[in-house]
Ligand binder design. Sequence first.
Ligand code: L14
Length: 348
Amino acid sequence: MTQNKQYNVAVVGATGAVGQKIIKYLEEKPFQVNNIKLLSSKRSAGTKVTFNGEDIMVEEATSNSFKDIDIAFFSAGGSVSKQLAPEAVKSGAIVVDNTSAYRMDEDVPLIVPEVNEGDLQHHKGIIANPNCSTIQMVAALKPIQDKFGLKRVIVSTYQAVSGAGLAAQNELTEQTRQYLNDEEMTATILPAGSDKKHYPIAFNALPQIDVFEDNGYTKEELKMINETKKIMHEPNLHVAATCVRLPVFTSHSESVYIETKESNVNVEDVRKALENGEGIIVEDDPSTQTYPTPLSAAEKKEVFVGRIRKDLDTDNGFHLWIVSDNLVKGAAWNTVQIAEALVKNELV
Ligand code: L14
């Protein structure tokens, strides 16, 4: 019986913000962990991390790290995944990868369990965790797609700095201090992915996350566009995205405009579909000023939806405000949920 089976797991990037959260969610026992191996770059190797109250030494990840590992979580950047995920698969592990390295590969299922758990059946060793902004949006759109179909999605994001790592968080803190002390702000990190030019994020809004492509979209925007179509099995869905960084530490927010395939859908139908959606919490009551915010969603596993309203001009158009913790549902929790689904479906 799968329930009694124990699994050997490895976490690559164990000292990072997402790796730490993966370890925390594994302690909640989504399945039985027999042995846990904590791996990192050479730089962080030798530090100790606790798992279930026990101190575990973090080791440098190499191609030999994955013997006897059943599930390997990768969250140490795209180049580490490119180099070591195939090695882990060769050793017999199933990889759940939290980077963008394999997401659009045809052979790699891109999974949000509430949306397309079935795609796990076709895995060939590597499973990809989608981009944080994509995850929370498709989780909220799924119950609407199921009930009314989807024709078009236009999203603008309001993204936290934590997605760009600890250095970006420290930069926001330091720039805030500088600004309030009338000092010049030093900017060296954001917009992340860009090595040419940097802008302060404190008291600002940056319409660039990741680098620009030739068509004028940023990579983050194209990730949202392409990943959404893949996860929702809608190659012809019209999707447009504008991704913006805000001086917020945790949780991404999204203003999302959708058009359903069905017409004559009313706002109560959409609200009901969302209320019944898996992993979705509706927080929406203008009479009490109830809606989710980045602070209210932080550290929670669910995706929060508010401001549900009908477009005033387009019959099948609706507007939503979708908020979720980008390091939790957007990264660590979705990754652990994928492993849980692998176990449940006896695919590991
Ligand atoms: O594609 O800078 O998983 O906030 C998610 C976080 C890309 C960068 C991904 C950020 C990353 C993004």
